[in-house]
Design a protein around this ligand. Structure first.
Ligand code: CMC
Length: 434
């Protein structure tokens, strides 16, 4: 006999009518009330503007337990992956669901490295941008524009075309990102090198110049690889949800990833790593920290401590825990552990972790707090920090997009409803009578 369906009963306190809704359970995490029949049964919608209590999809890719500070990709803990895997292997895992065997890994590396160049015509796009354009604005434009080059891989219902698009995006995004940095500096674009690892190739494209040889430091390579792993996916955050909503209309994958980049840009999301550095610069010296802590607590002041707090993590961000350790090691190896901004960051972290305002609200340092510091030490301008986040997150976006297309037999457009609070019907008044 089939198990009795678990349900939730919703009662209208005015009429006394009751409606049963199915309770669906995943493999981990809280169950969800499936409200899809609610309007038909009860004539009401639910209201959850920032999606604080709404699951938008079923997914097998990433699991987060915000209370415990746990992040897992396909069942593997982020710490395990960051210590033992590498970014491209994590990409394979996110995209395909399992860790690759040796042959699969070699093939995947070959596929990615043989798509790293962008069409020469893309170079022409760059000249249309001002040299002082924010690199994220260039990323929004050029990633979306990739769809104008790859007409052979835009059919979202063709599995092979989905795969090629995913490979192209993962392969080309570092090339475009490095080009935005070079463009701002007025230096020549550096072509990708397929003999280097994903992280080393990216560093090479960002920091080498044709005039002299550039050797990628193994410390930098490892730190970059780790930063990429730690930002690879994070379930249904704002940018990923944006990608899914864009994809639900059957838009092509390049357009969908461009929409993810736009959403990531904001300071409440991926733009926070740049905002952290700007905040540290604004603070300027350790003795001014209390002033900024007080501003962060003041409800009449919009200032927030950038790099602190998270919608889901109400315990230490596990990515921040890994990066904090990395941060200390990398800064020591690069010989910049006495950087004044770093001193401010450490002091800020110490005070915030003790201050009752932050302790009570469980506002711990998040991944962006440490990534900005490491990236600065590596020599990246702060305007590039969010671009780096976009490079790393592309695999998460495309994996979530692929899952949505593949796991939804009838892909339904994402179309939320609303609680209308405007005027009720009124008659048009001609302009001379208003
Ligand atoms: N500084 C000061 N107060 C804060 C902060 C902060 N950074 N973050 C949250 N609060 C307070 C907030 O004022 C509220 O207080 P009260 O309960 O007294 O009204 C309480 O903490 C809960 O905040 P919330 O706004 O309801 O939390 P949220 O889940 O909507 O926001 C957040 C999450 C990440 C947008 C927010 O913590 C924030 O703005 N942090 C700074 C920006 C940042 O570092 N973002 C990167 C997030 S991690 C990377 C990523 O996901 O992209």
């Amino acid at each position: 006999m089939a198990d009795k369906e678990k349900t939730y009963t919703l009662t209208n306190d005015q009429t006394g009518e009751s409606f049963q809704l199915p309770l669906v359970e995943g493999t981990m995490g809280p169950p969800c009330i499936d409200i899809r029949t609610l309007y038909a049964k009860a004539g009401v919608f639910t209201l959850d503007p920032s999606f604080t209590a709404t699951g938008s999809c079923k997914s097998k890719i990433t699991y987060i337990d915000g209370e415990e500070g746990i992040l897992m990709h396909r069942g593997y803990d982020i710490k395990d992956l960051s210590e033992n895997s590498n970014y491209l292997e994590v990409c394979y895992l996110l995209l395909n669901g399992e860790l690759p065997d040796k042959k699969q890994m070699e093939q995947f590396e070959y596929n990615i490295t043989h798509h790293t160049m962008v069409h020469e015509q893309v170079h022409a796009f760059f000249r249309g941008f001002r040299r002082d354009a924010h690199p994220m604005s260039i990323m929004c434009g050029t990633v979306g524009a990739l769809s104008s080059f790859y007409h052979d891989s835009l059919d979202i219902w063709d599995a092979r075309q989905r795969e090629i698009s995913a490979h192209r995006l993962i392969a080309k995004i570092p090339t475009l990102a490095a080009m935005t940095m070079k463009y701002a500096m007025g230096q020549p674009f550096v072509y990708p090198r397929n003999d280097l690892s994903y992280a080393a190739n990216f560093l090479h494209m960002c920091f080498s110049v044709p005039a002299e040889e550039y050797k990628v430091s193994p410390v930098m390579e490892e730190a970059m690889d780790n930063i990429l792993i730690l930002h690879a996916d994070h379930e249904q955050n704002a940018s990923t949800s944006t990608v899914r909503i864009a994809g639900s209309s059957q838009a092509n994958p390049f357009a969908c990833i461009a929409s993810g980049i736009t959403s990531l840009w904001g300071p409440a999301h991926g733009g926070a790593n740049q905002a952290v550095l700007e905040m540290l610069e604004e603070i300027g010296s350790k003795d001014r920290i209390p002033e900024f802590i007080e501003r962060a607590k003041d409800k009449d002041d919009p200032f927030r401590l950038m790099g602190f707090g998270h919608r889901v993590y109400k315990n230490y961000d596990p990515r921040a825990a890994v990066l904090k350790k990395n941060c200390d090691e990398v800064l020591e190896e690069l010989g910049v552990d006495n950087e004044p901004l770093l001193e401010i960051a450490r002091e800020l972290e110490r005070i915030a972790l003790e201050d009752p305002y932050f302790v009570e609200r469980k506002l711990f340092p998040n991944v962006d707090f440490y990534s900005g510091i490491i990236l600065k030490a590596m020599g990246f301008p702060s305007s590039m920090f969010t671009v780096l986040f976009a490079v790393a997150r592309t695999v998460g976006w495309i994996s979530q997009w692929k899952e949505m297309v593949e796991e939804s037999p009838a892909l339904k457009i994402g179309r939320p409803r609303q609680l209308y609070t405007g005027h009720t019907e009124r008659k048009y008044v001609p302009i001379d009578k208003r």
